[in-house]
Design a binder for this molecule. Structure first.
Ligand SMILES: Cc1ncc(COP(=O)(O)O)c(C=O)c1O
Length: 249
Protein backbone atom coordinates (compact mmCIF):
# COMPACT_ATOMS: atom_id res chain seq x y z
CA UNK A 1 0.00 0.00 0.00
CA UNK A 2 1.33 3.41 -0.89
CA UNK A 3 -0.14 6.14 1.28
CA UNK A 4 -0.29 8.89 0.03
CA UNK A 5 -0.47 7.09 -3.27
CA UNK A 6 1.81 7.58 -6.28
CA UNK A 7 0.70 8.46 -9.00
CA UNK A 8 -2.85 9.32 -7.87
CA UNK A 9 -2.06 11.26 -4.71
CA UNK A 10 -4.92 9.35 -3.03
CA UNK A 11 -5.02 9.12 0.73
CA UNK A 12 -6.47 6.09 2.50
CA UNK A 13 -8.77 6.85 5.41
CA UNK A 14 -8.13 5.06 8.74
CA UNK A 15 -11.23 2.94 8.01
CA UNK A 16 -9.91 1.85 4.60
CA UNK A 17 -6.48 1.11 6.04
CA UNK A 18 -8.03 -1.04 8.74
CA UNK A 19 -10.15 -2.90 6.15
CA UNK A 20 -7.07 -3.68 4.04
CA UNK A 21 -5.11 -4.81 7.08
CA UNK A 22 -7.97 -7.00 8.33
CA UNK A 23 -8.26 -8.56 4.87
CA UNK A 24 -4.50 -9.24 4.85
CA UNK A 25 -4.70 -10.75 8.32
CA UNK A 26 -7.52 -13.11 7.27
CA UNK A 27 -5.36 -14.31 4.37
CA UNK A 28 -2.05 -14.28 6.29
CA UNK A 29 -0.62 -11.70 3.91
CA UNK A 30 2.28 -9.43 4.74
CA UNK A 31 1.53 -5.73 4.10
CA UNK A 32 4.25 -3.29 3.15
CA UNK A 33 2.97 0.22 3.76
CA UNK A 34 5.01 2.80 1.85
CA UNK A 35 4.58 6.21 3.48
CA UNK A 36 7.34 7.96 1.57
CA UNK A 37 5.05 10.99 0.88
CA UNK A 38 3.78 11.09 4.48
CA UNK A 39 4.96 14.65 5.20
CA UNK A 40 4.07 15.99 1.75
CA UNK A 41 0.35 16.38 2.45
CA UNK A 42 -0.10 20.08 1.73
CA UNK A 43 -3.91 20.23 2.00
CA UNK A 44 -4.91 20.16 5.67
CA UNK A 45 -8.40 18.93 4.80
CA UNK A 46 -6.89 15.81 3.14
CA UNK A 47 -6.98 14.08 6.55
CA UNK A 48 -3.86 11.93 6.31
CA UNK A 49 -3.16 9.29 8.99
CA UNK A 50 -0.09 7.11 9.13
CA UNK A 51 -0.87 3.42 9.54
CA UNK A 52 1.15 3.60 12.74
CA UNK A 53 -1.39 6.02 14.21
CA UNK A 54 -4.10 3.34 14.12
CA UNK A 55 -5.06 2.01 17.48
CA UNK A 56 -3.49 -1.45 17.43
CA UNK A 57 -2.43 -3.00 14.11
CA UNK A 58 -4.55 -6.07 13.25
CA UNK A 59 -1.46 -8.17 12.49
CA UNK A 60 1.67 -6.38 13.75
CA UNK A 61 3.96 -9.27 12.78
CA UNK A 62 2.94 -8.94 9.12
CA UNK A 63 2.73 -5.16 8.82
CA UNK A 64 5.86 -3.27 7.79
CA UNK A 65 6.12 0.47 7.24
CA UNK A 66 8.66 2.29 5.08
CA UNK A 67 9.61 5.94 4.96
CA UNK A 68 12.54 7.88 3.50
CA UNK A 69 13.81 11.42 3.25
CA UNK A 70 13.82 11.21 -0.56
CA UNK A 71 10.47 12.93 -1.10
CA UNK A 72 9.52 14.74 2.08
CA UNK A 73 12.96 16.35 2.37
CA UNK A 74 13.92 16.30 -1.32
CA UNK A 75 17.01 14.24 -0.48
CA UNK A 76 16.79 11.21 -2.74
CA UNK A 77 20.53 11.41 -3.37
CA UNK A 78 21.39 10.49 0.21
CA UNK A 79 19.55 7.15 -0.09
CA UNK A 80 18.29 7.32 3.48
CA UNK A 81 15.22 5.25 4.33
CA UNK A 82 13.63 3.60 7.33
CA UNK A 83 11.75 0.38 7.96
CA UNK A 84 9.43 -0.07 10.92
CA UNK A 85 8.63 -3.68 11.66
CA UNK A 86 7.83 -5.68 14.78
CA UNK A 87 8.83 -8.87 13.01
CA UNK A 88 12.28 -9.96 14.21
CA UNK A 89 12.89 -12.24 11.21
CA UNK A 90 12.22 -9.39 8.78
CA UNK A 91 14.36 -6.99 10.82
CA UNK A 92 17.23 -9.50 10.95
CA UNK A 93 17.02 -10.21 7.21
CA UNK A 94 17.03 -6.49 6.35
CA UNK A 95 19.85 -5.82 8.82
CA UNK A 96 21.99 -8.44 7.12
CA UNK A 97 21.40 -6.74 3.76
CA UNK A 98 22.50 -3.47 5.34
CA UNK A 99 25.86 -5.00 6.12
CA UNK A 100 26.86 -4.41 2.53
CA UNK A 101 24.42 -1.66 1.59
CA UNK A 102 24.43 0.64 4.57
CA UNK A 103 24.85 4.39 4.51
CA UNK A 104 28.07 6.05 5.54
CA UNK A 105 28.39 7.07 9.15
CA UNK A 106 28.47 10.71 8.04
CA UNK A 107 25.07 10.46 6.35
CA UNK A 108 23.60 8.58 9.32
CA UNK A 109 24.91 11.23 11.68
CA UNK A 110 23.51 14.08 9.56
CA UNK A 111 20.13 12.39 9.25
CA UNK A 112 19.97 11.86 13.01
CA UNK A 113 20.73 15.56 13.53
CA UNK A 114 18.08 16.58 11.02
CA UNK A 115 15.33 14.32 12.33
CA UNK A 116 16.07 15.27 15.93
CA UNK A 117 15.29 18.90 15.18
CA UNK A 118 11.52 18.51 15.49
CA UNK A 119 11.00 22.15 16.26
CA UNK A 120 12.57 23.30 12.98
CA UNK A 121 10.85 20.52 11.00
CA UNK A 122 7.40 21.24 12.41
CA UNK A 123 7.51 25.02 12.64
CA UNK A 124 9.82 26.09 9.83
CA UNK A 125 10.44 23.45 7.23
CA UNK A 126 7.08 21.73 6.82
CA UNK A 127 4.87 24.85 6.80
CA UNK A 128 7.12 26.44 4.17
CA UNK A 129 7.33 23.27 2.12
CA UNK A 130 3.56 22.79 2.20
CA UNK A 131 2.93 26.42 1.25
CA UNK A 132 5.22 26.06 -1.78
CA UNK A 133 3.70 22.76 -2.83
CA UNK A 134 0.23 24.25 -2.51
CA UNK A 135 1.15 27.33 -4.54
CA UNK A 136 2.62 25.19 -7.32
CA UNK A 137 -0.38 22.89 -7.26
CA UNK A 138 -2.81 25.81 -7.39
CA UNK A 139 -0.99 27.28 -10.39
CA UNK A 140 -0.87 24.03 -12.38
CA UNK A 141 -4.44 23.04 -11.61
CA UNK A 142 -5.59 26.52 -12.68
CA UNK A 143 -3.75 26.11 -15.98
CA UNK A 144 -5.28 22.66 -16.52
CA UNK A 145 -8.76 24.04 -15.83
CA UNK A 146 -8.14 26.84 -18.33
CA UNK A 147 -7.18 24.21 -20.90
CA UNK A 148 -10.35 22.23 -20.16
CA UNK A 149 -8.35 19.20 -19.04
CA UNK A 150 -9.90 17.01 -16.34
CA UNK A 151 -7.57 15.85 -13.60
CA UNK A 152 -7.46 14.16 -10.20
CA UNK A 153 -5.68 15.72 -7.33
CA UNK A 154 -5.95 15.09 -3.64
CA UNK A 155 -3.72 17.59 -1.87
CA UNK A 156 -0.79 15.25 -1.33
CA UNK A 157 2.37 14.29 -3.17
CA UNK A 158 4.06 16.08 -6.03
CA UNK A 159 1.85 15.16 -8.96
CA UNK A 160 -1.48 15.57 -10.69
CA UNK A 161 -3.05 12.68 -12.57
CA UNK A 162 -4.17 14.24 -15.82
CA UNK A 163 -6.85 12.92 -18.16
CA UNK A 164 -5.75 13.47 -21.77
CA UNK A 165 -8.02 10.79 -23.22
CA UNK A 166 -9.77 13.28 -25.47
CA UNK A 167 -6.49 13.75 -27.37
CA UNK A 168 -6.38 10.06 -28.35
CA UNK A 169 -9.06 9.58 -31.04
CA UNK A 170 -8.60 5.82 -31.13
CA UNK A 171 -7.94 5.38 -27.41
CA UNK A 172 -4.83 3.22 -27.84
CA UNK A 173 -1.58 2.96 -25.91
CA UNK A 174 0.22 3.56 -29.19
CA UNK A 175 -1.38 7.01 -29.38
CA UNK A 176 -0.54 7.57 -25.72
CA UNK A 177 3.11 6.88 -26.49
CA UNK A 178 3.01 9.21 -29.51
CA UNK A 179 1.57 11.99 -27.37
CA UNK A 180 4.23 11.34 -24.71
CA UNK A 181 6.83 11.60 -27.46
CA UNK A 182 5.37 14.91 -28.67
CA UNK A 183 5.65 16.32 -25.17
CA UNK A 184 9.24 15.10 -25.00
CA UNK A 185 10.08 16.60 -28.40
CA UNK A 186 8.84 19.88 -26.95
CA UNK A 187 10.97 19.40 -23.85
CA UNK A 188 8.33 18.39 -21.38
CA UNK A 189 8.75 15.09 -19.60
CA UNK A 190 5.48 13.64 -18.33
CA UNK A 191 4.97 10.06 -17.19
CA UNK A 192 2.41 8.16 -19.20
CA UNK A 193 -0.23 5.96 -17.60
CA UNK A 194 1.16 2.79 -19.12
CA UNK A 195 4.27 3.21 -16.98
CA UNK A 196 1.96 2.80 -13.95
CA UNK A 197 -0.01 -0.11 -15.45
CA UNK A 198 -3.02 2.15 -15.99
CA UNK A 199 -5.66 0.10 -17.80
CA UNK A 200 -6.96 3.02 -19.89
CA UNK A 201 -4.78 4.88 -22.40
CA UNK A 202 -4.62 8.67 -22.08
CA UNK A 203 -3.70 9.31 -18.46
CA UNK A 204 -0.47 11.15 -17.61
CA UNK A 205 1.27 12.09 -14.37
CA UNK A 206 2.32 15.71 -14.20
CA UNK A 207 4.84 16.61 -11.48
CA UNK A 208 4.37 20.15 -10.17
CA UNK A 209 7.01 20.39 -7.43
CA UNK A 210 9.25 22.80 -9.29
CA UNK A 211 10.06 26.48 -9.44
CA UNK A 212 7.34 28.81 -10.69
CA UNK A 213 9.16 29.96 -13.84
CA UNK A 214 9.81 26.37 -14.93
CA UNK A 215 6.20 25.37 -14.25
CA UNK A 216 5.05 28.31 -16.35
CA UNK A 217 7.34 27.34 -19.21
CA UNK A 218 6.31 23.69 -18.91
CA UNK A 219 2.61 24.56 -19.00
CA UNK A 220 3.15 26.77 -22.06
CA UNK A 221 4.75 23.81 -23.80
CA UNK A 222 1.96 21.47 -22.71
CA UNK A 223 -0.56 23.94 -24.10
CA UNK A 224 1.27 24.20 -27.41
CA UNK A 225 1.56 20.45 -27.82
CA UNK A 226 -2.14 20.01 -27.10
CA UNK A 227 -3.07 22.80 -29.44
CA UNK A 228 -0.91 20.99 -32.01
CA UNK A 229 1.38 23.90 -32.66
CA UNK A 230 4.91 23.25 -33.85
CA UNK A 231 8.11 23.43 -31.81
CA UNK A 232 7.93 25.48 -28.67
CA UNK A 233 10.56 28.20 -28.30
CA UNK A 234 13.22 27.56 -25.65
CA UNK A 235 13.15 31.10 -24.37
CA UNK A 236 11.92 31.06 -20.78
CA UNK A 237 11.96 34.89 -20.59
CA UNK A 238 8.19 35.29 -20.50
CA UNK A 239 8.04 33.09 -17.45
CA UNK A 240 10.67 34.86 -15.36
CA UNK A 241 8.12 37.28 -13.94
CA UNK A 242 6.10 34.36 -12.58
CA UNK A 243 8.88 33.46 -10.20
CA UNK A 244 7.43 34.52 -6.87
CA UNK A 245 9.42 32.41 -4.48
CA UNK A 246 11.91 29.61 -4.27
CA UNK A 247 9.64 26.69 -4.95
CA UNK A 248 11.41 23.42 -4.54
CA UNK A 249 11.01 20.05 -6.18
C1 LIG B 1 5.83 5.54 -3.58
C2 LIG B 1 7.33 5.53 -3.67
N1 LIG B 1 8.03 4.79 -2.81
C3 LIG B 1 9.38 4.74 -2.84
C4 LIG B 1 10.07 5.47 -3.79
C5 LIG B 1 11.57 5.35 -3.81
O1 LIG B 1 12.20 6.41 -3.24
P1 LIG B 1 13.78 6.39 -2.95
O2 LIG B 1 14.32 5.09 -3.41
O3 LIG B 1 14.33 7.54 -3.71
O4 LIG B 1 13.90 6.58 -1.46
C6 LIG B 1 9.40 6.25 -4.71
C7 LIG B 1 10.13 7.01 -5.72
O5 LIG B 1 9.61 7.50 -6.69
C8 LIG B 1 7.98 6.30 -4.65
O6 LIG B 1 7.27 7.05 -5.51
Amino acid sequence: LINPQNPLGDIYSPGELRDYLEFAKRHKLHVMVDEVYMLSVFEKSAGYHSVLSLEGLPDPQRTHVMWATSKDFGMSGLRFGTLYTENRDVATAVASLCRYHSLSGLVQYQMAQLLRDRDWINHVYLPENHARLKAAHTYVSGELRALGIPFLSRGAGFFIWVDLRKYLPEATFKEEMLLWRRFLDNKVLLSCGKAFQCKEPGWFRLVFSDKAHRLCLGMQRVRQVLEAKSQVPDDPASCQSQESGNQRR
